[in-house]
Design a protein around this ligand. Sequence first.
Ligand code: HEM
Length: 606
Amino acid sequence: MLFKLFGNLEGINEFLSLIGTLLIISVIHYYYKYFTRINPLPGPFPFPFVGNLPQLVWHRGNLKDYLELNHKKYGDIIDICLPQRSISLGRAEYIEKFLIPSTKNLNITRTPRFNVFDDLGITGKGIVVNQHYKSWRYNRQFFTQAFLNPKFNHKAIEWINRLFDELESYWNKLYLKEEIIKENKNILDFFPWLNQFTNDMIIELITGERSYSMASLFNTLSDEKAEHHLAITEDSVKLVCAIRKYNTRLPWFELVPPFLRHYVPYFKNISDDTINNVKYLHKRLDAIIKRRRQEIENTPLDEPLQSDMLTSVITASTSRDFNRIKTVGGEILRPMTDDEICFVMIDGFLAGTDTTANMISFIVYYLAHNPVVKMKMFEEIDRRFQGDTTRPITEDDLRSLKYCEAIIKEVARIFPVFHSFGRVINKPEEIAGYRWPTGTYFRINADAVHGNKNHWEEADKFNPDRWLNEGFEPKKYSFIMFGGGPRLCPGRKLAMIELVGLMALLFRKYEIDLVDMKAPLKTTSLAIVYYSLHKLYILSFVCIKNFVIKMSRQDIQEILDILDKTIKTIYPDCIITPVGGYRRGKEFNGDLDVVTNIDLIYKERL
Ligand code: HEM
């Protein structure tokens, strides 16, 4: 009918005026709907059809920054259209209904578009983007059982030690040779190393097979090659690249409308490439699953099996399962199929690599900017390891490092990796004092909740000590580093093992500084906050040689006072802020290198 109408038009002018009229009607319709929307809330004014996407693009696509700006401007509950309407919530009381840890809490849907991943063939599969309640619950049950197994945690601690040894062997060759340190060339790009570390770690824990992405990074930076066979290294890099592509393309798929993906060549090429990538991942993992099934079948019943996630999910609900009869909501669970296993494995990779690698990078950044905190952390780590920088770390070590744990929580509070996550209500609900219809899309803004002055004393201050104050308990739902409710992060235990473990292994031996202390913490973010893709923070390393300078907080304060007085005799109006701070280590022979102002004064006092 539309073609007939166009056919009857005479001349280009009539055609253009028809298009113009249709456009004006659509714009009027768009704004009519906008101005008559239910529960109008403050928020940035949307453009027709694309909502606030242009403003987001103006903010270089950084959703974290854009939401933060709008919460500051409009308050704890705001309207944002990206391009659909979503209600961003920045207050603990407002998010309670989503985060109640009860089986009756059915608010588990993350995005309002149910079929957004149809083209990728992952609708109703896995956990992270699964919107189908039944299959999500089934998959999650198996995933959680595998991750909560104590044997799995032991394996995680064993592998963090082994992989850190491997990482150090590369760093020793690249950055820590004496001549390199002398020439001040002990500078490295921290994030890629930690990212490859977490890739190798999660692939080992999930598949029980080795991955060599750290080796590959070493090969690209050094003339000498890693010990592992080149073909094996390159092959494992293919898997890591496919996982990375999957991670970055999911938010892209969610944002780019199907019309563009199907018909506009540029978008279609990316879309096809993403679809092929999922097929590659599927094929690759399917081969691993089949191999493992065979190995399990060939293992006598009385012999132990590996403790990786794959073995656990293959054997769950079979005769090899300890806890054979598993039920969810009274229903007995059948064993998982290869296809189901494949997608829960992909989700383990998706959720368990960049999150941890980004977190540890943020931790290093905040420590570099907070010398007193860093010093207290050194004190705790040194007390525990007593100068032993080589023994493997243990579960007891991790349990004892309470200040490290407080630092992790405080970094997660002030700069959460997941700055916001979605929920869609599946029945009419009252949220934040308004009544909302089924299908309303909410954004739980962890960033805003964590920085809300109603919940946190000195919310903007980086203060890990708050977590150790006697009787301190954050207000309910005001700390949501791992989300909450039925969709609470099932990898949280592993994440903490990795983070505390990495802090202990790194800082019992190395001093890490930012090369450019003035550079802000730049990140990119759609779903999660990423260290920016550009090389940003280059960190220098100084190897510790079994000597630890102990300074108490009073010492530091005294030093600062002396510094203050000395400098003020020359520059009376200056304000002194410690930036570099306490540097531990360096071979101590009474002639401490001048590395920061604090060190300088320390030397003078000596
Ligand atoms: C510092 C590290 C990590 C942080 C900050 C983090 C945080 C989160 C957050 C905020 C969510 C969303 C929760 C919600 O919607 O309520 C989530 C979900 C999830 N996380 Fe983590 N996570 C981390 C590490 C891990 C690790 C190591 C794994 C395991 C491989 C993992 C597996 C998952 C999975 C499978 C989900 C989806 C759960 C579901 O949809 O039911 N995460 N995580």
